[in-house]
Write a protein that binds this ligand. Structure first.
Ligand SMILES: Cc1cc2nc3c(=O)[nH]c(=O)nc-3n(C[C@H](O)[C@H](O)[C@H](O)COP(=O)(O)OP(=O)(O)OC[C@H]3O[C@@H](n4cnc5c(N)ncnc54)[C@H](O)[C@@H]3O)c2cc1C
Length: 316
């Protein structure tokens, strides 16, 4: 049975990636009560394990952790309340009701959804059973487990190529399984090309994962010729795109792909509910934009609450 909590938050932020952290920090700066919910226990979202974040729009080299911890500490010092529990549901009625996975309910006056996106699965049989047993979405976290062994990276975008670069430091061979030509930034591709332990398997897609207790190899199919083949590898790192992380909100707020639809000020069709960053339809895909959206939504949510308070005072 859900246990109601005293309403401490004027504005709730769901997600502690860079969009949510920037929103929370901005809300504290402009004197709003804010509660930030993060579901993974790790701040920084998709860049939490990235060693050097590109395109921050600031001079210097920063890891995802550097940026996230700085934003988090600034928000905390200025009074943000931070709760390490995932949100299970958001009901949008006469009042907003957020229920977290511990069953506690919260009733903020506005919500900024910044729950981002997660790696898309390969869609092959038994995939889930290999997670943590050879299959990983983080080279920095798990690459060391495959020291001196062969690993496969699936995909050809920025994430696949940068994660493959990390793996080249510790693995014997890094297979790049690519269905189409690389789409990553030229500078990343050039760096990968210069590595001697990378083997490209072009026009290839994964049709199965081999192994019983853990990954021992992959079944592949050539998408042009239809020819089937197998490779031996101990680690598998798929980076074939992402999917929005917003199961807690009704489908009527989302587009066909599951991304949350907003207007220019990041408000959804309900003016109390905002969405920013990688969970939002139309998001451009870089951290500078994620943080700018977080700040923009924070300002819009604060304006909304201020105008309501003035209206209530006049009415009283
Ligand atoms: C490997 C990799 C490298 C990248 N490198 C770069 C780069 O160098 N430069 C760049 O500009 N972009 C980079 N990107 C893209 C960038 O990571 C994203 O655009 C950005 O992280 C989006 O930020 P976000 O805060 O919107 O979402 P996310 O980073 O996805 O963060 C969302 C957060 O919400 C939390 N969350 C999800 N569901 C819930 C829930 N129900 N309750 C509570 N919390 C929840 C998640 O745990 C997560 O912490 C990279 C992406 C990847 C995958």
């Amino acid at each position: 049975m859900a246990r109601p909590l005293k309403n401490l938050a004027e504005i709730a932020v769901i997600g502690g990636g860079l969009a949510g952290l920037a929103a929370a920090r901005q809300l504290t700066r402009i004197g709003r009560l804010v509660t930030l919910f993060e579901g993974s226990g790790m701040y920084g979202g998709q860049v939490a394990t990235v060693e050097q974040v590109d395109g921050l729009g600031a001079p210097g080299h920063f890891s995802g952790q550097d940026v996230a911890i700085e934003l988090l500490e600034q928000a905390r010092k200025a009074g943000a309340r931070v709760i390490d529990v995932p949100i299970a549901s958001l009901e949008i009625g006469a009042r907003l009701t957020i229920t977290d996975e511990e069953g506690k309910t919260h009733h903020p006056e506005a919500v900024i959804i910044a729950s981002g996106a997660h790696a898309r699965g390969l869609g092959v049989p038994g995939e889930e059973a290999f997670v943590g047993r050879g299959l990983s979405h983080c080279a920095t976290c798990d690459g060391g487990f495959f020291r001196g062994e062969d690993v496969a990276v699936i995909g050809g975008g920025d994430a696949a190529v940068t994660e493959a670069l990390v793996l080249t430091r510790t693995s014997r061979t890094v297979y790049m399984v690519c269905r189409s030509p690389l789409r990553a930034k030229r500078e990343y591709i050039e760096k990968l090309d210069a590595k001697e332990n990378v083997r490209f398997l072009w026009d290839s897609e994964v049709t199965g994962i081999l192994g019983t207790d853990g990954v021992t190899g992959l079944s592949l199919r050539n998408v042009r010729s239809g020819e089937a083949s197998e490779i031996t590898c101990a680690g598998l790192f798929p980076f074939i795109g992402s999917e929005p992380s917003a199961p807690f909100i009704s489908a009527k707020f989302k587009d066909k792909g599951g991304y949350i639809m907003t207007g220019a000020d990041y408000a959804t069709s309900d003016p109390r509910v905002f969405a920013v960053g990688a969970v939002r339809a139309g998001y451009g895909g870089n951290v500078a934009q994620a943080m700018a959206e977080g700040v923009g939504a924070a300002e819009a949510a604060a304006r909304l609450i201020a105008s309501r308070k003035i209206r209530d005072k006049i009415a009283a």
